[in-house]
Ligand binder design. Sequence first.
Ligand code: GLN
Length: 480
Amino acid sequence: MAAPARATPPTAAAVAAAVRSGATTAAQVLEQHLAAIAGREPEIHAFNLVLTEQARERAAAIDATVAAGHDPGPLAGVTIALKDNMCTRGVPTTCSSKILDGWQPPYDATVVNTLRDAGAVIVGKTNLDEFAMGSSTENSAFGPTRNPHDTSRVPGGSSGGSAASVAAGFSQVALGSDTGGSIRQPAALCGVVGVKPTYGYVSRYGLVAFASSLDQIGPFTNSVADAALMLDVIGGHDPLDSTSIPQPHPSLRDAIQQGVEGLRVGRITDLPAGADPDVQERLEAAFDALRAAGATIVDVEVPAFTFGLTAYYLIAPAEASSNLARYDGVRYGLRVEAADTHAMYGATRAAGFGEEVKRRIMLGTYALSAGYYDAYYGKALKVRRLIHDDFDRAYQRADVLLTPTSPSVAFKFGDKGDNPFAMYLCDTYTIPTNLAGHPGMSVPFGTGAEGLPVGVQVLAGTLQEPVMFRAAAALERSLA
Ligand code: GLN
């Protein structure tokens, strides 16, 4: 069950440099990853779809570009796995739901175009909790993904397939989406780097919407430097996404060259309790590491942090109930025939959506309904504002904040299966950031119980990615 540790993989930057210079070929790089997939994918199930032939064609085209004396771009030959809620033209995009059965998007997500232009090779579409609702990838209609470190345990979720793909060496990097922690929590559980950028940093055009005011795309990588490279490529303004920030972002690859001398690192003194002792111990080690690297540790309070979970489980389901209304058997995927149109809608949605998605739609519809709107949805929006303002006050005193990413290491399949609330608690430390619109990232920081990976979360204020990456890079360096 427990897998031997892998040798440190080369960085994406090193792979791209080798492909660009002709020292290796994109085809060779790809074949290594396809061999890893052939070896362990039957046991891990990271993918809903492996795009073997398309990827081979793409790698050959990149090699031809190099041979012709042209530059394929900063991600030349870098293999990437995409969470299966990002639209790929003519390629099934399922959101791990039966309701999208047979649907092929007529367009590519902006990130897909950007990656292609940068020379990346897409190897497949990864498994997720249905419509990104969950923290274990157990809610997929196509069966769970297994954690490459211990296949009796979950990889986290909802981007469990993307995290597992990088951890198992199926792809160099991967993209996920994070609405309440779905990049950072699986990154922590699988021992890789995962970043949720500031809301609006990366285009959401072509990302199937779960909760539009919270969703953000971000990378999974083996190193902080690779995460910086990925965000430098996929970040930036996109006129096709009206919530995309209309300004260029500073280079994160440059930022990580700076140390953390003088940086103020905040410890949240009123953080909700609940992290296991092994996780807490790694967080203390992270504070020590940054102090040793020249940072100052300061105490801050974020009183409304504790209400994040409650506010999220009103706001996110409310938005989801609206976003998912479009799956009605008419325009997308599955249709279950019935006596009349109304009965067809009902039969299609009853057969197409899984249990957790139905729970969210009902929660959200209730929270938005006449008579309850002010008490639930309206109140949750006010709490969201308090969280944002409390964070802003904390960021006057600290440049970054450190918390656990997940309260525990990877748990066993079925452990939280029949208790949705236990599952929701997995996101205690990640959710408030999404509500504030701020960036956050998880950095692997040693191991806890059973030798399983532990992630430390670095948080920062709006568009403070450079300082967040500096702290993350210092944490990584301290382990080297
Ligand atoms: N686990 C959280 C949820 O179930 C967050 C999911 C996400 O970030 N997509 O809603």
